[in-house]
Design a protein. Structure first.
Length: 345
């Protein structure tokens, strides 16, 4: 996806016409008019008369130069980056929570399969002037990344280990240490690190505080829930039970009880043996219901209809692509959906 920045073409044409009409004037006057034209072209999307963006940028720029810790030692970022590229395919959720003008991201799936155009991500996308896609299906497109001309690249020392040298040639690259933290589980640490890199520590702290409050409120509202709660990832031909260690916010955070079964692929017979009191079905075709899901046939069977959760009306359908994601936006969605579903009981 390429969201384009529009410029003042009408203003440009008018100024150039004025330059031609005043061709007899001194070269100094012409230079002044051309400079004015260039200034008008570079006006931000907030308009020439809006000072809020420039004031915010000035405040952020005061935080630079700054030194950050990376997998390759301390790194100095000399000035506030204006164009940030993310080479790590699993961290776009984390990056989008920050107030940034221009970003480029690498996706875990294709652009068409991404959730960037969904209502859930709308607030995080619309406050960016440009979002470029520089990789799909976990693979960075180095040509697209080079064309984006980033000021700074953020990568992982495991996920991007094969292309770190190429990334360094494109722009200064901050390499997160994936050997010391599980970036797919420890999103709080990830956005804290990103906040330090981007000079937006307060944004990270505020998001974490808001999430933890939402979690505490949800846990309080669900104290009366008894019995086991199962979360199942539903794909086209397979279904998988989500482990308690993978979705700790949903179990420990909300005070819910997981089934006494290890995570892994589930058959219809397997879910019948599990027979949870509450069942959340996390569909990966929620954005395109025309796609099939393995439970389409299961729901027609007597075995399925005999499940406790089905008989008691305790089956809930959620967007698994989001709820079982890695980052803060995904986890926030999951907590809201689970809390709202169960507190209605």
């Amino acid at each position: 996806m390429h969201r384009t920045r529009y410029k003042g073409w009408v203003t440009l044409v008018a100024v150039l016409s004025l330059v031609l009409l005043l061709a007899a004037c001194s070269s100094g006057e012409k230079k002044s008019e051309q400079t004015t034209s260039q200034t008008e072209q570079s006006a931000t999307r907030t308009g020439e008369n809006s000072g809020s963006s420039s004031e915010s940028a000035d405040e952020s720029s005061d935080n630079y130069p700054r030194t950050v810790q990376t997998a390759r030692g301390d790194m100095e970022i000399k000035q506030q980056p204006q164009k940030i590229a993310l080479a790590h395919w699993g961290l776009s959720d984390d990056l989008l929570v920050f107030d940034l003008d221009s970003v480029a991201i690498t996706l875990p799936f294709t652009e068409d399969q991404s959730l960037l155009k969904s209502d859930l991500y709308k607030p995080y996308v619309e406050n960016k002037n440009t979002i470029d896609i520089v990789g799909e299906n976990t693979q960075v497109n180095l040509e697209a990344l080079l064309a984006y001309e980033p000021d700074l690249i953020i990568a992982g020392n495991e996920t991007n280990k094969d292309i770190l040298e190429q990334l360094d040639q494109i722009a200064p690259t901050v390499v997160l240490d994936e050997t010391k933290q599980d970036v797919f589980k420890e999103w709080r640490k990830v956005i804290t690190d990103l906040g330090q890199i981007l000079g937006q520590e307060e944004t990270a702290v505020q998001y974490i505080n808001d999430f933890d409050q939402k979690l505490a409120d949800g846990k309080s509202e669900l104290q009366s829930i008894e019995g086991t709660v199962a979360f199942m990832q539903v794909r086209e031909k397979q279904a998988y039970l989500q482990g308690a260690d993978y979705i700790t916010e949903y179990y420990d955070g909300l005070g819910l009880t997981p089934p006494s079964t290890e995570a892994g692929e589930l058959t219809l017979e397997g879910i019948a043996k599990l027979d949870p009191d509450y069942l959340f079905l996390g569909y990966f075709n929620m954005e395109d219901p025309s796609l099939s899901a393995v439970t389409d046939e299961w729901e027609k069977s007597a075995v399925w209809k005999g499940l406790k959760a089905v008989k008691n009306g305790h089956v809930y359908k959620i967007n698994g692509q989001v709820a079982f994601g890695f980052g803060p936006v995904s986890k926030s969605y999951g907590v809201e959906q689970i809390t709202n579903s169960l507190k209605a009981q």
